[in-house]
Write a protein that binds this ligand. Structure first.
Ligand SMILES: Cc1cc2nc3c(=O)[nH]c(=O)nc-3n(C[C@H](O)[C@H](O)[C@H](O)COP(=O)(O)OP(=O)(O)OC[C@H]3O[C@@H](n4cnc5c(N)ncnc54)[C@H](O)[C@@H]3O)c2cc1C
Length: 818
């Protein structure tokens, strides 16, 4: 019951009183934000939260998510000591391996757990049986145990968080339904509920499965699908005085268990997933009265899981079932949360928790509250940022296909280089058919089909000797090395049409970009500048090139996946700093982009153009409009592979003729079409950074080795004060490590040790075919970053020696480029 009146004004309105909304409210209050109202259309916890299984595990593949879940555990543990305990039980968790690959995965996870100080350890078969005596150990190869994992009562947790928020002044109104959200000049202004209107600056959509329809109120697409998710609870059968069992996961059999009172709760991820079709037309419009409700039991779909469970815990076949729960839960297309400020100013999302919202809630509340207060993320949240979703996710069909694939593969081992199978072919380069006819193997990024490599069956020089050991070798192809060598020794041509391309024009554009970019990007028409856009902490929000094309017109090129993210950042600053006359336009689909690089690139391109391509006439980092193969296009002398060459930006419809002319001109030089995997290897040798690879919003340019791209001379740019401080106070540095055996390639996240002490974690890695070495990058403390130091990298439990190496590893003077 609401004892207070709905206020007419509040700074922040949270929509949704599930565990997500309660945690955001709690953390906002902790940060001193008292003018906060939370509304729920029914009772607290009456969405997905009340029917959650409540397992809380901490270690995840993503470092940020692991840190967030660790915060959850710390918080739940501390709330247990308050007068509203959430029912936290630190019973530990076991994961067992029923296949050799899973055992490898477990050993790998034990390695990366060390980098967080998490207490994950391998345990023997005997120890597994002692900890979980109900197990049938047949086929179990081993396992691991984390004592600090646990379980919590989801409803009690929500009440505990809500109570903590209330104590600090947050007002909570149940049975208060949001009907409309008003905006003005691209920002939220008020929320209309069935109990009145609240004027506000910030709205947080914590709507769980309802988040998509709340998003539609401001025309923001929240790509979640309510999926039916099931578990069962047995009758009580455990002895009264028994110790609480740890949670147990057997991913090879798709199942998990935890103790529920004196029985077991058992669930899993079905191979035949099912979206909850909420109406005839829609997947995500939730019926107006759907609160505190469940879906009908679907035993058929649960059969495989039930059979596996009875095999692993034979008691399951003997004991009665007390409850069968089928509840809808909001899944995203990549099984990561959907967080952050949307394209509408002040409209934040904290939804799409993919059946780990209880484990994540503490961390989610913390990072979203910090994001709201700071106006930007305080951790590297790219993997969870709503802006990671390309516009392809506006299609419900595309979204559903991806959600289903990810749901069904939830417990699978994911090997590096794996490509998605569903929702393919959405966006194609204009010369896609040429690639296909020429034996391209495609990968997908942001819904674009991109060439990974070409596997011409007639090629007889394929060298299997370079295939990496273990998991990295699984999706590896020898053609990548050939493409790499062709680029280094003659020339390679790359289709990069998926690059995100943004035009910034209009009165004040130069001043605006000067403010956004850390480098000086206003140096005259025809200059191309590599720059970062920093946040106020000096962290790198974007990493791109800016070409000045006119006094007040600029052309930005950034990574395929970063279009919405980088556009969003530009638009946010334009809004904040009132550059109303500046226009920001997405040109991605208007222009194809081809890169031609290698020692013979100039000779080949010269055959197709009258333009003087000499160093004197067309210098490095210069850009001009030229005619190539009869087509007027923009050529920019730049490289991402460390070789002489150009990127050509071509009107889409005319790009095939340019490509064909270059291929023809390149024949006498052995020009080779190459894919993205070769780019990766070439750029790692050169030490070119990749955003979301080695750099992100948590790393500053100086520690990332990008200080040369910061123009401190400029009086003002976003992040200037912080980055000046960072320059003198950095304690770590992005460092290149090399492995003498080119087949010893880390996957990422492996611990780096010196004298037995963990000093860092691998950020990115790959093979350098010219160096004939495996390469990794990691942030290491300055005292360990001196070239020549020998460190140990733990791969699948095995120590491998790596040498800290001076950068760049290849062509340190940059002679090949200039
Ligand atoms: C079967 C099952 C098992 C699970 N097991 C686990 C587990 O073991 N561990 C784990 O970590 N997670 C688990 N989860 C996931 C977890 O329960 C969810 O991720 C989490 O509860 C979602 O919380 P939420 O706050 O995002 O959404 P919800 O709890 O759904 O809250 C959203 C709220 O928004 C309100 N709302 C919607 N529209 C409006 C409107 N217009 N106006 C006002 N209010 C509105 C709703 O009434 C609702 O209360 C499980 C989920 C299911 C279904």
């Amino acid at each position: 019951m609401n004892l207070q009146e709905l206020p007419e004004r509040a700074k922040i309105v949270i929509i949704g009183g599930g565990v997500g909304g309660a945690s955001v409210a709690y953390h906002l209050a902790q940060l001193g934000e008292k003018d906060v109202v939370l509304v729920d259309r029914a009772d607290l916890t009456s969405g997905s939260t009340f029917h959650s299984a409540g397992l809380v595990g901490q270690l995840r593949a993503d470092p940020t998510l692991t840190k967030m879940n660790m915060h959850s555990v710390d918080l739940y543990r501390s709330l247990e000591k308050t007068d509203t305990p959430p029912g936290w039980r630190e019973c530990g968790s076991i994961k067992i391996a029923s296949t050799p690959e899973r055992m490898q995965e477990i050993r790998r996870q034990i390695g990366w757990a060390k980098t967080f100080g998490l207490d994950l350890k391998e345990i023997s078969l005997g120890e597994i049986k002692d900890l979980f005596p109900l197990l049938n150990m047949e086929g179990v190869l081993g396992g691991c145990y984390m004592a600090s994992d646990g379980q919590v009562d989801p409803s009690q947790l929500t009440q505990a968080l809500a109570s903590g928020a209330r104590k600090e002044g947050v007002k909570i109104f149940t049975h208060t339904r949001v009907l409309k959200i008003n905006t003005k000049n691209g920002r939220v202004t008020s929320v209309l509920t069935d109990k009145g209107e609240i004027e506000c600056e910030v709205v947080v959509n914590c709507g769980g499965i309802y988040a998509a329809e709340i998003g539609r109120m401001v025309d923001v697409r929240v790509p979640i699908v309510p999926m039916s998710h099931q578990y069962l609870i047995t009758e009580n059968f455990l002895p009264d005085n028994s110790v609480t069992l740890p949670s147990l996961r057997d991913p090879d059999n798709l199942i998990y268990f935890r103790q529920e009172v004196k029985g077991l709760l058992m669930g899993g991820y079905e191979r035949n997933s099912k979206a909850w079709k909420t109406s005839h037309e829609s997947l995500d419009s939730i019926p107006a009265d759907f609160n505190a409700k469940l879906l009908p039991e679907e035993w058929d779909r649960f059969e495989e899981i039930a059979t596996n469970a009875a095999m692993r815990v034979p008691k399951m076949g003997e004991i009665g079932i007390k409850n069968f729960i089928n509840g809808p839960e909001a899944f995203t297309p990549d099984n990561e949360f959907c967080l952050g400020e949307s394209s509408v100013g002040g409209f934040y999302i904290a939804a799409g928790f993919c059946a780990h919202g209880i484990a994540g809630a503490g961390g989610i509340g913390k990072v979203v509250a910090e994001w709201i207060v700071a106006g930007e993320p305080t951790m590297d949240l790219w993997h969870m940022d709503i802006k990671r979703f390309s516009d392809a996710y506006k299609s419900p069909k595309f979204t559903l296909e991806r959600v289903s694939e990810n749901y069904e593969a939830y417990y699978d081992i994911h090997y590096p280089g794996e490509e998605r199978q569903s929702a393919r072919g959405e966006k194609k380069s204009p010369i896609y058919d040429w690639h296909k006819e020429n034996h391209a193997s495609f990968g997908e990024k942001a819904a674009w089909e991109r060439v990974n490599f070409y596997c011409n069956p007639s090629e007889n020089k394929l060298n299997e000797a370079l295939r990496p050991h273990g998991w990295v070798g699984k999706n590896w192809h020898p053609a990548v090395a050939l493409e790499h060598h062709a680029t280094r020794t003659s020339a390679g041509i790359f289709d990069e049409s998926s690059f995100a391309k943004i035009e910034v024009t209009g009165e004040g554009a130069a001043e605006f970009l000067s403010l956004v970019c850390a480098n000086n990007v206003v140096r005259g028409v025809g200059r191309t500048i590599y720059t970062q856009a920093l946040n106020t902490n000096g962290g790198i929000e974007s990493d791109y090139t800016v070409t000045q094309t006119g006094e007040n017109s600029f052309f930005i090129v950034t990574g395929t996946a970063f279009l919405n993210h980088d556009l969003g950042w530009l638009e946010k600053i334009r809004r904040q700093r009132n550059y109303q006359n500046v226009s920001i336009k997405d040109l991605t689909e208007d222009l194809a982009c081809f890169g031609i690089w290698g020692p013979n690139a100039r000779k080949i391109l010269s055959k197709c153009t009258e333009t003087d391509l000499s160093n004197e006439a067309f210098g490095f980092m210069r850009s001009q409009m030229v005619t190539v193969a009869g087509v007027e296009l923009r050529a920019t002398r730049i490289t991402y592979v460390g070789e002489l060459g150009w990127e050509l930006y071509i009107p889409r419809e005319k790009s095939l003729q340019v490509w064909l002319s270059l291929i023809e001109a390149g024949k006498e030089f052995g020009l080779r079409p190459c894919g993205y995997r070769a780019i990766e290897s070439l750029r790692l040798e050169k030490g070119y950074r990749a955003w979301a690879g080695e750099i992100n919003s948590e790393t500053n340019p100086y520690e990332a080795g990008l200080g040369f791209a910061v123009s401190i001379k400029k009086e003002s740019f976003v992040g200037r004060d912080a980055v000046i401080k960072a320059e003198s106070s950095n304690k770590r540095k992005l460092t290149a490590l090399t492995f003498s055996d080119i087949k010893d390639v880390p996957l990422g996240n492996e611990p780096i040790l010196y004298n037995g002490e963990v000093i860092g974690r691998v950020k990115s890695a790959g093979q350098g075919y010219t160096l004939n070495k495996a390469i990794a990058y990691a942030y290491l403390p300055l005292e360990h970053s001196e070239p020549g130091r020998e460190v140990s990298v733990e791969m699948f439990g095995q120590p491998k020696t790596a040498i800290v190496s001076a950068e760049p590893l290849f062509d340190p003077k940059g002679e090949r480029i200039k």
